[in-house]
Design a protein. Structure first.
Length: 160
């Protein structure tokens, strides 16, 4: 049985889903799913580590995850976990790191399918010409990058 719990954060309310063994999904603010009361061990661990992250006590996560996706998506998600806190890389950088230098658009698609935003830091990937997109919306991406103190350039930043 899947358990869900919500966590209020500086970027809005996250919803963490899972069971005793693994976290299955983290939903960014705006999901229409409802939280349930849970004592599921993995979900509670996710809440604790995300609370530590937003309290600036944690930069890396050590959670039981079980992402499902294509081999390419899995490679991209693994690469994302190596992008240091407070830094950014371009979609092209990630494409080169996974051995597919021309697949920068596919990296963007894999980013959008990331089941563990924040924990698997897809917000740290930006377009070479600026910010790029984000499944949780640009305000959420900007909030996470600003929270981490990441430097990036984007013409739309002044319009936020």
């Amino acid at each position: 049985m899947i358990a869900r719990t919500s966590l209020r954060t500086p970027i809005g309310t996250l919803l963490i889903e899972g069971n005793d063994d693994v976290i299955t999904t983290i939903h960014l603010p705006g999901t229409t799913l409802r939280a349930t009361t849970t004592s599921a061990a993995a979900v509670l661990s996710g809440v604790q580590q995300l609370e530590e992250y937003f309290a600036r006590e944690r930069r890396d996560f050590d959670l039981p995850l079980a992402p499902t996706g294509t081999a390419f998506q899995q490679a991209v998600w693994r690469a994302l976990t190596t992008i240091p806190y407070g830094t950014t890389q371009t979609y092209g950088d990630v494409a080169r790191r996974v051995g597919r230098p021309k697949a920068f658009r596919a990296v963007g698609t894999a980013n959008g399918a990331n089941p563990y935003p924040v924990v698997v830091p897809c917000h740290r990937v930006v377009a070479s010409s600026g910010l790029g997109g984000y499944a949780g919306g640009l305000r959420c991406k900007i909030g996470l990058l600003d929270f981490e103190g990441a430097t990036w350039s984007d013409r739309t930043r002044r319009d936020r």
